[in-house]
Each structure stands twice: as structure tokens, then as C-alpha cells.
Design a protein around this ligand. Structure first.
Ligand SMILES: *Cc1c(COP(=O)(O)O)cnc(C)c1O
Length: 299
């Protein structure tokens, strides 16, 4: 594996007067440090898919994503590092100049194909891809979530003696990452998902991904700050303050909402005394440049 990868990723304890007052311990699994671009859960989800693509002799990876997608960036860079051609089917029309995410993808030789929003919404993405591309490809769904992705995400817990943690907290988009963690968690561990999207549909998606009933998880749906990729000044202040206090950068789409939610639950005495809480930093920092370009260097 390329030297750029930091695996296993480190676990770091945070200190804060709040944690002392509430008698809890908070640790961060620094998956953001795995790789500058193929970071966090996007690496976890790609790992076994890259293996499968190689075993099945596919020269090309094809996947889907929005114009600022961490998964598109990760797939483009992974393609170059591991020797695959890549095709990204992008939601919406092309805007020039390209935003930093798509510019990077293109620099890494990803072929970008733009699809209008109504076509993009189709349930049968594979058929859509086959109508757009003639060569054979290894198909990876939007966000990278499939059965092999769940297997890779389970390894977040297996890397170290995770049994010492009572709670595992993680951000949710498609629900792939939390599903892999739920499957890998020990019986006495509780997994808490923090939805980055507005609405209740995610719970069903996670139940579908899991394939059978698990009792060790819950979903927090009150920390979306208005919905996917929406934010408020309070969230921006939180990101900047968190970096100043802990020297850890959070992203505006996922991990800031997660950490905000965890701290809020601690304040509200959600966690019993002596709890050990592991918060997964799923990465996503590549998106900050594009975010700052759009909204004016807030982070
Ligand atoms: C994609 C992403 C998520 C969401 O993961 P899912 O498996 O889709 O739930 C969370 N955090 C970051 C930083 C991401 O890039």
C-alpha cells in the first residue's frame, strides 16, 4: 500500500471541562488522517470494492455523486493510486470553472459525465450507467455504500481494542458506515448515528442495509442544521472553535453536525457517568475548499 496511508488510524482522547463535569470520556477515531483525499469512511467503503474490482479484472471503476462529493474525490484518487480508470456520473450540469472537488477528480483522470437531476433520480443507476458508457466497468453506488462497504466500515471498530468503549457515535448520509459499525459492534456497545439529512427515511434505509434486526443502535435526527449541506452561523462558529480548542478540523457537511450533537447530548446528561464515548471522524475535509469558495472563507 502507498506510504501516504495512515492505518490503523489513531484514537485520541479529547479533554474539556464539560467532560470532567459530566464524568464522561470522549475519544476520537481519527479516520480523517487515513489519507488526505481517500479519507475516513470513503476509504473504508472502497477498500474491499477495489479488491473485488481487481479480482474480477475490471480496469474501470464507475460511480455516482454530487458535484462536491467526498466519494467522487476519493474514487478518483483511489483509481490513480491503485491503477484503475475511473468514471464519475455527476448530478446536474457542468459549471465552469470546475469546483475544487471536480477539478481534482479531473486532474486524477476521472471521466466526468453529467446527468440532469431528473434522470439522476432513477432507481436503476446501473441501467443508466450502461446507457451512457460502452466499456465494461465495476459499479460502485453513490456514496460507495454496498455490502463490501459495510465490511470495510466494520474494521473501524476491529482495528483496536474497541471493546472499552460504551458508545460509538458516527455521522450518517446513506447509512452505510453506521450499518457496518452496527454489525461489528460488541453486544454491550451502543451505536448512535447522527443524520446529516433532514427527515426520518434514513432509519428505514439502515434497517434495509443491515438485513436483520439489531438492537444496539439509535438514530439522532435533530442535528441536521436545516438539511443536507445546509448550515447556520452557529455551526460555523462551532467548527472554528473546535479547531482552536482541540486542533482537529471538522467538515461542514457531516462531522461538525456529529460533534455538535455529541456535545449537546453530553450537556443534556444523555450519557451515564463513566461512559467512554468513541466519536468517529469520518473525514470529508476535501470539501472545505469548495464550501469556502461558495460561501466566502467561513472555515
Ligand atoms: C460520506 C460521508 C459520511 C456519510 O457516510 P454514509 O456511509 O453515507 O452514511 C459521513 N461523513 C463523511 C465525512 C462523509 O464524507
Amino acid at each position: 500500500m502507498s506510504e501516504q496511508f495512515v492505518l490503523p488510524s489513531p484514537i485520541q482522547e479529547l479533554s474539556h471541562p464539560l467532560f470532567q463535569a459530566k464524568k464522561v470520556q470522549v475519544f476520537v477515531k481519527r479516520d480523517d488522517l487515513i489519507h488526505p483525499i481517500i479519507s475516513g469512511n470513503k476509504w473504508r467503503k472502497l477498500k474491499y470494492n477495489l479488491e473485488a474490482a481487481r479480482e474480477q479484472n475490471f480496469p474501470t471503476l464507475l460511480t455516482f455523486g454530487g458535484a462536491f462529493s467526498n466519494h467522487i474525490a476519493a474514487t478518483a484518487v483511489a483509481g490513480q493510486v491503485f491503477g484503475f480508470q475511473t468514471i464519475g456520473i455527476i448530478r446536474g450540469e457542468e459549471y465552469l470553472p470546475l469546483n475544487p472537488t471536480l477539478k481534482l477528480a479531473k486532474e486524477k483522470q476521472m471521466r466526468l459525465i453529467y446527468v440532469n437531476r431528473s434522470d439522476y433520480r432513477t432507481k436503476d443507476r446501473l441501467a443508466l450507467a450502461e446507457s451512457l458508457v460502452t466499456e465494461p466497468f465495476y459499479f460502485i453506488p453513490e456514496g460507495g455504500t454496498n455490502a463490501l462497504a459495510l465490511k470495510g466500515c466494520g474494521e473501524i471498530l476491529e482495528e483496536e481494542s474497541s471493546q472499552q468503549f460504551n458508545y460509538i457515535c458516527v455521522s450518517c448520509g446513506t447509512g452505510g458506515t453506521i450499518s457496518g459499525i452496527i454489525q461489528a459492534a460488541k453486544r454491550d456497545q451502543k451505536v448512535i448515528g447522527f443524520s446529516a439529512l433532514k427527515g426520518d427515511f434514513l432509519k428505514k434505509e439502515i434497517i434495509n442495509l443491515l438485513g436483520r434486526k439489531y438492537d444496539n443502535w439509535t438514530l439522532q435526527t435533530d442535528y441536521h442544521f436545516g438539511g443536507y449541506a445546509k448550515f447556520k452561523g452557529e455551526l460555523i462558529d462551532f467548527i472554528n472553535q473546535f479547531r482552536a480548542e482541540h486542533f482537529i478540523q471538522l467538515d461542514p457537511i457531516y462531522t461538525s453536525k456529529l460533534f455538535y450533537g455529541v456535545l449537546d447530548l453530553i450537556k443534556k446528561n444523555y450519557f451515564p457517568e463513566n461512559s467512554k464515548i468513541l466519536v468517529i471522524h469520518t473525514g470529508g475535509l476535501q470539501g472545505i475548499r469548495g464550501f469556502n469558495e461558495r460561501f466566502g472563507n467561513l472555515i
